[in-house]
Structures are given as C-alpha cells and as structure tokens.
Design a protein around this ligand. Structure first.
Ligand code: GAL
Length: 302
C-alpha cells in the first residue's frame, strides 16, 4: 500500500457518527481548503461507517446509500481530487460494519477493493466487527492480499483496536497505520489512556507504518483548550496520524489555532519518524521525548 508522508486529514466519525452525507463531505473538503488546513498537510477526507446501503447489489457490489450519498463515491472522489485532496473510505473485516449493519468485506475483499479503486479512493480504514468467529489473522490477511493486488495506491489503515498486538504484524500485511487502542472518547481520561496504551508500541512505528491511538477529539467540546492542546501535542510526538475529528466547517478560532500549529505539526512529520515516548514520570507529571535527527555512533540514547 502507498506510504506517502502525508498521512493526515479528517475523518467523519468522532463528530458525526452515522449522521453523514455527501454535502457534509463536500463542505468539509471546501472548509479544509478555505481554512488553510489543507495547505498545512491535512489532505485526506475520510468517510467512516454508514456510507453504504444495507444490501449489496445483484452482482454483490457495495452501493453508496441512495438517500445520503445520491451522487455516489466516485463523484465525491472527483470533487476532492479536483481540490488536491484525497478521499478515504471505511469497511470492515467481518460480515457487517460496527454501527448500522452495512455490509462488511469479509469474503468480498477483492471485489470491494476493486470497487474502491475504481471510484478513486485513496485510503481504506478497515474495522473489526462481526468476525463470524474467524481469526484476526485470517480476516486481515485476506484484505492484505486483496490490497496488494488491487489497492497498491490505497493507504491501508487497520482498525483492529490493538486486540492482538497489531503493531507486531500489521506492517507485514502492508498496513500503513494500525489502531493500538479501543475507541477514544472526548474526555481527558480516555485521551490519556489511549496515549498510554499506544506508548508501549513506539519501537514499531516508522516511515510507512504508524501506531494509531485513534482520531483527534480536538474541537468536539468535551475537553478544555489546554487539554486539547496537550492531546494534539501528544499525538504529534507519538507520530500518530493527525486525523481531525471535529466539524471543520464551524470550528472555533481556538480549535483552528491548536490544529494549525506548524511547529507541532513539524514534530509529527520530521523525516526520521521515530515515535516519541514517555521518558519521565514524576508524581503526576510526565515528559515525552524523541530524537529529531539520526544520532551519531556513540551518541546519547533517548
Ligand atoms: C469502531 C471504530 C471507530 C468507528 C466505528 C464505526 O469499531 O473503532 O473508529 O470507525 O467503529 O462504527
């Protein structure tokens, strides 16, 4: 799957859940441009769960929801591509997706990847619900093979929630990122616990494949400005995919300031790509660090 260094953008789930439509996706693409966020590198516009009809068509193809995505996914891909952006989509390594029972891709892997590629999709988030009692290894290997055949240019984001230590095997499956945690919620405790669970896999991250402690909640209202600033900084240091999870069409100036901080973004995107980790913990105060340049032989350790 395609690596690329620009592994960040926006995803619909943390703010909209199943309440998505093609207008929201188009307006979000417009907003990424108008706010200057796209210019900073937020290029992926990622559609999460709930974009499809509950049934496949008579040939077994997935079909965009006729009410909420009447123009189809190809039209959306064309729309965002014309703006220099990329389009992401979501499917599931099981019989049905997690929330509204749209079809999963289990046993339809090649057909679905071909469909996504024909629509011009650039990114696939691959979830883990309704596994039909089959192993993680079997189900993700099937999609990995389909992606290697028909999805070479599609970023492969595994959403296995960290259950079976995907940091140790997802890169071998062509994964470009893998969730190391269950779902984040919009509060300090949830955010810091994602960060902690993600921390122990630091040595597995590097160019082409990244630990993913889940998407950003910055701007969704459940944390203070200082907490959101910490959230964004920790994700940047952890080399996590920076996927905005708020409504960028109506975000506050404070939210925009946090996610537009170029020095913080530069930490996330440095060319070495070493994940920062906890280096200090002292009575509730914690410090994170990471090397910013390749170290000389015999140089210090981190
Ligand atoms: C979860 C996943 C979330 C979101 C949701 C959609 O399994 O971790 O990020 O994609 O499914 O139903």
């Amino acid at each position: 799957a395609s690596a690329g260094r620009r592994r960040w953008g926006w995803n619909s789930w943390n703010h909209f859940y199943c309440g998505i439509s093609e207008e929201i996706i188009r307006e979000t693409a417009d907003a990424l441009i108008n706010t200057g966020l796209a210019q900073l590198g937020y290029k992926y516009v990622n559609i999460d769960d709930c974009w499809a009809e509950l049934n496949r068509d008579y040939q077994g193809n997935m079909v965009p929801n006729k009410r909420t995505f009447p123009s189809g996914i190809k039209a959306l891909a064309d729309y965002v591509h014309a703006k220099g952006l990329k389009l992401g989509i979501y499917s599931d390594a099981g019989t049905q997706t997690c929330s509204n029972k749209m079809p999963g891709s289990l046993d339809h892997e090649e057909q679905d990847v071909k469909t996504f590629a024909s629509w011009g999709v650039d990114y696939l988030k691959y979830d883990n619900c309704n596994d039909a009692g089959r192993s993680v290894n079997e189900r993700y290997t099937r999609m990995s093979n389909a992606m290697k055949k028909y999805g070479q240019n599609i970023f492969f984001s595994l959403c296995e929630w960290g259950n079976e230590n995907p940091a140790t095997w997802a890169r071998g499956m062509g994964g470009n990122s893998w969730r190391t945690t269950g779902d984040i919620a919009d509060n300090w405790g949830s955010m810091t616990s994602r960060a902690d669970q993600n921390d122990k896999w630091a040595s597995y991250a590097g160019p082409g494949g990244w630990n993913d402690p889940d998407m950003l909640e910055v701007g969704n209202g459940g944390m203070s400005e200082a907490e959101y600033r910490s959230h964004f900084s920790i994700w940047a240091l952890a080399k996590a995919p920076l996927l905005i999870g708020c409504d960028v069409r109506s975000m506050s100036p404070q939210t925009k300031t946090i996610i537009s901080n170029q020095e913080v973004i530069a930490v996330n995107q440095d060319s070495l790509g070493v994940q920062g980790k906890k280096v200090q913990s002292d009575g509730g105060l914690e410090g994170m660090g990471r090397p910013a340049q390749r170290q000389q032989k015999g140089g210090g350790s981190m």
